[in-house]
Every structure is written in C-alpha cells, then in structure tokens.
Write a protein that binds this ligand. Structure first.
Ligand code: GDP
Ligand code: ZN
Length: 449
C-alpha cells in the first residue's frame, strides 16, 4: 500500500503561469523545518508569515518574500508544508523551484498535493475532486456547489446512506443464520421499509447529482441558420449581462465562434455556425467542416430562421442534414418586423419560438425552453456538483437496491446485492479504491494542486 511508504518531499509552482504581483511555490514533505532554514537562513515559525530572503547555497539572493510554515499534521496535505511567496515572475518562480529541488524536493506530479491530503485523511476523494472543481468552475453557481462538496456536504450524505445500508445488511445477514425463519424475520424487522427508504434517498441524490453534472459540464448548443437571420444577435442577447467568466481550463476550445454564456448558473457552450453553406473557399470549408463536427457533439440545435419568411427551402435543406436523434428548437427571429407578438408553439413535434433578438421580446421563453431541454429544474443550494464517476456509482447503487428488493425471497442474493451496493457507494468517497484508479483520478488535476 502506498500509505506505508515513506513519502518524499515534493514541490511545485502553485500559482498560474505568467506574471503577477505574487507567485507561490508550495512544498510538502515529512520534515521541512531544516529545509526552510537552509532556504532562507531563518528558523521557520509555525503558521507565521516571515519576511525573508530566499538564497542559493552560496548565499546569493534569489528573491525576497514571505515564508509560511505549516507543520504536520495541521496543513493541507497533513505533512509539513511550506508556502514560499515570491514575486510572481516566471524566472523568479523557476529559480525558487529549482532551489527547492536542490534542497532535496522533487517536482510534484499533477494533483499530488491533493492526493497526499487524501492519503492522510485530510480530505476524502469527493472532497479532493471538489478542490479541482472549485478551481475549474465556470459559473458562480458551480463554484458554490463545489465549495459545498469541499466542506463535506456531499460526503456526509454518502455517509448517511452508507450507515443505512450497513444497518440493513446486518438485519438481512442475520436472517441467513436462520434459514427456516427467513420470511418471519424479514416480516418482523422493518427490512423492507428500510430498503424502500434507502432507494428513495438514492433516487433523490441521483437527481441532484445529475443537476450538478449539468452545472459542472453545461449544455452544448449549436446555433445554426442561414446568414443574416440573426444568429449572432441572438447569441449576444442570450449572453446579456450574464456572459460567463472565461476560463483557462485545458480543453475548452476558444475561437471566434465559441462562447460560454450562462442561464441561471448553467454554463451554455454555444457555437455559432456562421452560415453552414457549401463553399469553394478552402478556409471557409474548413470552418464549415468543423461546424458539422460541433453539431455531432451537441446536446441541442437551435435553428434560427427569419420570422418573415418562415422555414425556407434552404432552411429545410439545412435541417435535413442535422442528426435525427438530436433535440432541436426552431427560433423564428425578427418577430418585431412581422407585427406578431412573441410566442411558442409545437409543430410537427418541434418547438417553434417566435421572438426578437433585437428588442429582446420572447428571449425569456427561449431561456426557459433551453433549461427545460437541458433537464434543469429548480433547486435550492443542495445540488451536488457531480462527476461522471459519481453518477455511475450512484446509478449502480440504485440498480443494486432494485435487484435486492426484487429478490427478498432469495435472501442470499439480496444480501449479495446489498454488499455490492455498499461497495459502489464507498467508491465515491474513495474508501477501498484501487491505487491505479486513484492515480488516474488525481493525474487529471493540475500541477501544484
Ligand atoms: P447572423 O448572420 O445570422 O449572425 O445575423 P446577425 O446577428 O449578424 O444579424 C443580421 C442582421 O439582422 C443585423 O443587421 C441585425 O441587426 C439584424 N437583426 C438581428 N435580429 C433582429 C431582430 O430580431 N429584429 C430585427 N429587426 N433585426 C434583427
Ligand atoms: Zn453571425
């Protein structure tokens, strides 16, 4: 087990690359007091900010800054931690990091600080993931939800379910010793009711986790339509003042046609396909090909048409090329030019929304419709910012509980399903998780985290 190895000392630049007023190098290891003293010539004081000069071995100054020392176990990782605050320039930070390596540290791997916090029981796995989610949150609602998970709200819910399951298993497994009286024992205890109650609680948590997944990942919407129908205007109107904070998360594509906006805190990744027409121009053709690839990955297509003309032959030809399984919405824009009020109607199984991007009339209808298609429903603060990993585990728990209730007559099967349900549940907080799985989860974190 990893836990038993003597850990080495790790170091990383914890602040983002680039220039800033302050940059931080973070160090974590088993014994850092001497390390700190060699670095700064000063004895570190626990949890005190000490102004110092970081020096090379031969006494040359690297930078002037603040040395913070958090002795084990009262630190983020549970080990001795040093936070070295220097001036936030790439060269200074590199020199400071290099100096830490000279002093015996090695470069931290992605997520290694969080991983150590997990291994030292400072955080469970769901909380460690919440650290990453908080840092990567693209809307304020997502950040709030991540912070709730980080403070342990999600983990506590899992623990409560866990306890309920353990009690139920004890009841049921006890009957295994009295095979002739199984049925009586089940009747005399409230095992069946307990099982139902657990199932209901898991369903509730699944739902909130699904909502949270939406909050975390958002909805991919493609705006398609002929030139000049008002796609860009609609996008701007939807973005309104709620234009999402643009983040530097790896993997978010950002070019002129991509935009992240938010509706009630749900990130909406919108692609304006800027006229999906046939073209002779090579550059334009590349753009168009990319647009079609976007469409294949989308959750929803918004087809914008001009309300004055309705669906033209060109519009119909475009729509015929959309993947059939993809939800679609037709927006009849520029209703201000038709003299007709904004409205929504269903036609041939498709929702049509008449609105005006210019005046804003009817745009609320669209917002509501987008949330409906996304599957978002009103929630308090109890949304769980779930990852696919969590959703999968919860779905398995639900399935096992269903199988268990269907097999109450074959008590051994039932007991086995409950055992597996409990195992799936504990994967969320990371108990009994295999080392390679842990490694994979933490490796997706960024360095210094
Ligand atoms: P796109 O090519 O589909 O992105 O269309 P644009 O958003 O660039 O809009 C094309 C033209 O239509 C611009 O002159 C807009 O001002 C105008 N337009 C867009 N939406 C409306 C609308 O709802 N009402 C009116 N009257 N004009 C609009
Ligand atoms: Zn446009």
């Amino acid at each position: 087990m990893e836990r038993k190895q003597q850990p080495d000392t790790i170091a990383a630049i914890a602040t983002p690359p680039g220039r800033g007023g302050i940059g931080v190098v973070r160090v974590s290891g088993p014994a850092l007091a001497e390390f700190a003293e060699r670095l700064s010539g000063k004895k570190p004081q626990a949890r005190r900010a000490v102004l110092t000069t970081f020096k090379t071995d031969d006494g040359q100054a690297i930078d002037q800054g603040i040395q913070l020392y958090f002795p084990a176990p009262h630190s983020f990782t549970g080990e001795d931690v040093l936070e070295l605050q220097g001036h936030g320039g790439p060269v200074v930070m590199q020199l400071l990091l290099q100096r830490c390596i000279e002093l015996g540290a090695r470069l931290a791997e992605p997520g290694e600080f969080s991983r150590r916090a997990f291994l030292n029981d400072k955080l469970d796995l769901a909380q460690a993931e919440a650290v990453a989610d908080l840092i990567e949150a693209s809307t304020a609602a997502a950040a709030r939800s991540a912070l709730r998970s980080l403070s342990g709200a999600f983990s506590r819910e899992i623990d409560v379910l866990q306890k309920g399951l353990i009690e139920l298993r004890m009841l049921i497994e006890a009957t295994l010793d009295f095979p002739d009286e199984e049925v009586d024992v089940l009747r005399d205890t409230d095992a069946v009711q307990r099982l139902q109650k657990l199932r209901t609680e898991v369903a509730g948590l699944c739902d909130r986790a699904q909502q949270g997944s939406l909050l975390r990942n958002g909805l991919h919407v493609v705006i398609a339509g002929q030139p000049n129908v008002g796609k860009s205007s609609l996008l701007n109107r939807l973005a309104g003042f709620e234009r999402a904070i643009v983040t530097d998360v790896a993997g978010t594509t950002r070019d002129a046609l991509h935009e992240t906006i938010q509706i009630e805190g749900i990130p909406l990744h919108v692609v304006d396909t800027a006229g999906l027409r046939e073209s002779e121009d090579v550059v334009e053709r590349i753009g168009i090909e990319r647009s079609w690839r976007e469409i294949e990955r989308a959750d929803l297509i918004l087809q914008v048409v001009d309300a004055r003309h309705g669906i033209t032959v060109d519009d119909a030809a475009l729509a015929a090329r959309f993947p059939a399984a993809l939800p679609q919405l037709v927006v009849e824009n520029k209703c201000d030019l038709t003299g007709k009020a904004a409205a929504s109607r269903t036609e041939g199984g498709l929702t049509h929304l008449r609105l005006s991007a210019k005046t804003g009339e009817g745009v609320d209808l669209l917002r509501r419709e987008l949330l409906r298609v996304a599957g978002w429903h009103e929630h308090g603060e109890d949304v769980v910012l779930a990852r696919v990993r969590h959703l999968d585990a919860l779905a398995e728990v639900a399935k096992r509980l269903d199988t268990a209730s269907a097999q109450l007559s074959g008590i051994e099967f039932c007991a086995e399903e409950l055992r597996l349900a409990q195992a799936a549940l504990s994967r969320i907080t990371g108990e009994f998780l295999a080392d390679d799985l842990l490694g994979e989860i933490f490796s997706r974190f960024c360095i210094g985290k």
